[in-house]
Design a protein around this ligand. Structure first.
Ligand SMILES: [Zn+2]
Length: 97
């Protein structure tokens, strides 16, 4: 009970419209204040360990992808002239996730 209390201190209990911590960030299942909430990265609530794991797994895969793309971009930039930078820009925009 006490472990999540500081998240709710500034929030009136039961106030509608403040739903940042009221639903699972993955499956949108409503989270009750008296039920278990699995926090991740300090501010992201999940209804279960499974949902939190899914998000962690997604983030890890995403971070790996970004890292690989950064490495590729660095390798490429060593061989590139300024004229080729435009085409690289188009490729990098795909990397956002
Ligand atoms: Zn969930």
């Amino acid at each position: 009970m006490a472990r999540c209390a500081f998240f709710f201190d500034a929030e009136p209990v039961g106030e509608p419209g403040r739903h940042a911590l009221d639903a699972c960030a993955l499956c949108s299942k409503p989270l009750r204040r008296d039920s278990d909430i699995f926090m991740y990265r300090g501010d992201t609530p999940f209804c279960s360990e499974e949902c939190r794991y899914e998000q962690m797994h997604h983030d890890a895969a995403c971070a790996r992808r970004k890292q690989q793309q950064q490495q590729k971009a660095q390798q490429r930039s060593r061989h590139e002239t300024a004229a080729a930078a435009v085409s690289r820009k188009a490729g990098v925009s795909v990397a956002s996730c």
